[in-house]
Design a protein around this ligand. Structure first.
Ligand code: PBG
Length: 338
């Protein structure tokens, strides 16, 4: 791809700065584009009415009660954001070792899905996670048997959770649990129940990351997890080839789209996955990434708008088709006014 630079082809005939001279030339030759349509907005949902609870470790982010979802999401849609991902902050008294609340059709996330789909219909895509951590008293994504997160026993629970969410009207099911074989099992369960139109966005390469800290505060699973960790199922940050094997399996099992998570520290994985499979590839700019930028900007140490947009453009340059980001609404607003 790089021709050897001949004496004629090199400097001074070739001046790469020439096309950087004007804003219009820079725009003309830009290799990646960032648009509101690239953004998915994760939204935290809480119980109650007319409640907007700020998340302390994520300045600018709040949990919204179900009745406040429609106006907030309508604004995002108006700005061109195509989809939202809903995350319930389940009250502690609904959490059990068996996470049964996960497949209660009246649980918080199902009520939230119904509200958004009833009010906003097909103007927005609704994504919901499949994993037991919002509902388990131990904070793990799966069922714990003899101190270990049991893979196969968890699969049945995940299928029931996926079914109630699909029944509530969810457009995209996003398994974030990292159990082996869950995409195939969920695909069959959805098809059997008549939800063959519901898509699967697999958290295919999800790492055991400390960057999820603020999220666990936001949904209230930090306390439950306490000193536990998720290293027996989420990936080791040291490994990259293994991410390709995870993605290959999820695609083979029927995933429509794949995700890499966290985002910025794993851009090498994003680029490799997109190059290797050419499938719709998403990255999750997770809570800790958001907190770093938002907190530094709050202190006046970083330029909020500039760093936000640069961090998002990096995903597009790496090859991502889209980004889940807590900046979605603000970024779309800036992009619209540019
Ligand atoms: C739940 C889930 C997590 C995130 C998304 N879904 C946390 C975890 O795995 O502990 C993290 C998102 C973020 O940090 O923004 N399985």
């Amino acid at each position: 791809m790089y021709e050897p630079i001949s004496p004629v082809g090199g400097f001074p005939a070739t001046r790469l700065r020439r096309l950087r001279r004007h804003e219009w030339t820079r725009r003309l030759v830009a290799e990646a584009r960032l648009a509101p349509a690239d953004l998915i907005w994760p939204v935290f949902v809480c119980e109650g009415e007319n409640r907007r609870e700020p998340v302390e470790s994520m300045p600018g982010v709040a949990r919204l009660s179900v009745d406040l979802l429609e106006p907030a999401i309508a604004e995002a849609v108006e700005l061109g954001v195509p989809a939202v991902a809903l995350f319930p902050a389940t009250p502690a008294d609904k959490k059990t070792p068996g996470a049964e609340e996960a497949w209660n059709p009246e649980n918080l996330v199902c009520r939230a899905i119904r509200e958004v789909k009833q009010r906003l219909g097909d103007s927005v895509g609704v994504i919901a996670d499949v994993a037991l951590d919002p509902y388990s008293s131990h904070g793990q994504d799966g069922l714990v048997v003899d101190g270990y997160v049991a893979n196969d026993a968890t699969l049945d629970a995940l299928c029931r959770q996926a079914e109630v969410q699909a029944e509530a009207g969810c457009d995209i099911i996003a398994p974030s649990d990292m159990m082996d074989g869950r995409v195939g099992r969920i695909r069959s369960a959805l098809d059997r129940e008549g939800y063959d139109h519901v898509a699967i966005l697999a958290y295919a390469a999800k790492y055991a990351s400390a960057y999820y800290g603020p999220f666990r505060d936001a949904v209230g699973s930090a306390g439950a997890l306490a000193d536990g960790d998720k290293r027996t199922y989420q990936m080791n940050p040291a490994s990259g080839d293994e991410a390709l094997r995870e993605v290959a399996l999820d695609l083979a099992e029927g995933a429509d789209m794949v995700m890499i998570k966290p985002g910025q520290p794993y851009l090498d994985i994003v680029a490799r996955v997109k190059q290797a499979f050419g499938a719709p590839t998403f990255a999750y700019q997770v809570s800790g990434e958001y907190a770093q930028i938002a907190a530094a900007a709050q202190n006046g140490w970083l330029d909020y708008d500039a760093v936000m947009l640069e961090s998002l453009m990096a995903f597009k340059r790496a090859g991502a088709d889209g980004v889940l980001t807590y900046f979605a609404v603000e970024a779309a607003r800036r992009l619209r006014s540019e």
